[in-house]
Design a protein around this ligand. Structure first.
Ligand code: APR
Length: 386
């Protein structure tokens, strides 16, 4: 069989791209390694920034994607126990983001694509990409046996561990990896959510608390990777660390239902294209969770790629040739923002000089209008100006 575009992966990048192509009347097939319930239940990011929301608005998908999603307003930063509130949308000239858990976004995009007659194949195993510099073919296997799809273009939206990026010859890619030297111990607990998303900053290290429904919270505690495994901490120790770092001795505890560790790493592969293959989202770059840009970058890549592929299939490939450069500019811009934010709120290596720099950065945010507006601008997400 054949298709204009084969999209590999049904995460935020692949599903955004598939829906945008469908709206443009471009025939695509989406191949996803996992089954539907796995994809719909995977919990990860939670914030759609203002720019990401606009992408769905422009595509006429706002009702499907954003219905009922609360707007994100205040962010509380608590420095050594002292609260400071940031009204992010007000600082960004009214550009608010939405609280959209990744699994909700995925469920909605999946439903919309299928309702529009979209071709999405779950449990596609052994996906392999061939002849990417001439006439591409994608092969895969499912319960019915092996399949082959001829196509004009392949969109590699299969995440960091997918098959697309490794299909590019190694000497065609430059990769950048950065280890921030910070670990997060994260627990899900039956504990009342905070009034606003909350981050605790101080010499004891970073902690955070975010709502996960009316009776649950997700907590984060900075730890030093390699030195210890906080998953072995008794619950009492976890609550004690959280109470100190969030500056709230009365913080109510509760049953801990999930324990995980996250190491803060960044990665970028350049260029995001090889022949007729175009990478989008985590397949091309990963970013730390600070600033909540991972899902938003995936959506922004998909938006640029959908327009570029549509134009190319109609005879004009200029935007497709520019795709990688355009997306890498935003990627590096967001990597810098995420690193900037990370350095401001973490105690890195207990280094007193870095601690004073972080304090200066924090104070500037609350005393300098231009600095606060620049922060809020990045939180809202940026339109690239050439
Ligand atoms: N064949 C087919 N599908 C694959 C393959 C493969 N070989 N490998 C991976 N996949 C699928 C995965 O099962 C997953 O559903 O590709 C999808 C990739 O989705 P994500 O990893 O969510 O990546 P992306 O769509 O780029 O979204 C990035 O995810 O990691 C978070 O914080 C990140 O929020 C950001 C978002």
């Amino acid at each position: 069989m054949s298709a204009d575009v084969v999209v590999v992966g049904a995460g935020p990048a692949g599903l955004t791209l598939a829906n945008l192509l469908q709206r443009n009347g471009i025939a695509c097939v989406v191949l996803e390694a996992r089954d539907r319930s796995y994809v719909e239940q995977r919990q990860r990011a939670g914030v759609l920034d203002h720019y990401g929301g606009q992408i769905f608005e422009r595509a006429g998908l706002a009702a499907e994607v954003l219905a009922g999603a609360p707007v994100e307003r205040f962010l509380e930063l608590r420095y050594e126990g002292k609260p400071h509130l940031l009204d992010v949308p007000a600082l960004a000239g009214g550009r608010a983001g939405w609280i959209v858990p990744q699994q909700m976004l995925v469920r909605r995009l999946l439903g919309t694509f299928l309702a529009g007659g979209g071709d999405l194949r779950f449990e596609a195993r052994e996906v392999a990409l061939h002849d990417l510099t001439s006439a591409p073919r994608v092969t895969y296997t499912d319960a019915a046996g092996p399949h082959e799809i001829e196509c004009s273009y392949v969109a590699g939206c299969d995440g960091f561990h997918g098959v697309s990026r490794p299909s590019i010859p190694e000497d065609e890619l430059t990769t950048y990896t950065f280890d921030h030297g910070i670990g997060w111990y994260t627990v899900l607990a039956d504990a009342p959510p905070p009034r606003y998303p909350l981050m605790g900053i101080g010499a004891n290290g970073f902690a955070a608390q975010f709502a996960r429904g009316p009776g649950a919270s997700r907590f984060y505690v900075q730890y030093r990777p390699g030195a210890e495994d906080p998953r072995a901490w008794p619950d009492d120790r976890t609550w004690a660390e959280l109470r100190v770092r969030l500056g709230d001795p009365g913080l109510p505890g509760g049953a801990i239902t999930d324990r995980e560790i996250v190491e803060m790493r960044s990665f970028v592969a350049e260029p995001m294209a090889y022949g007729k293959l175009f990478l989008a989202g985590d397949a091309a770059h990963i970013i730390t969770p600070m600033g909540a840009k991972g899902m938003n970058l995936a959506i922004a890549d998909a938006d640029v790629l959908a327009d570029a592929l549509t134009s190319a299939l109609r005879g004009d490939d200029a935007a497709l040739r520019a795709y990688s450069d355009v997306c890498l500019r935003r990627t590096w811009d967001y990597q810098d923002f995420s690193r900037w934010f990370t350095e401001m709120v973490h105690d890195i290596d207990g280094d007193p000089f870095r601690r004073r720099l972080a304090r200066a950065r924090f104070d500037r945010l609350f005393t300098n209008q231009a600095a606060a507006a620049a922060f809020a601008d990045m939180m809202a997400g940026v339109e690239l100006v050439s």
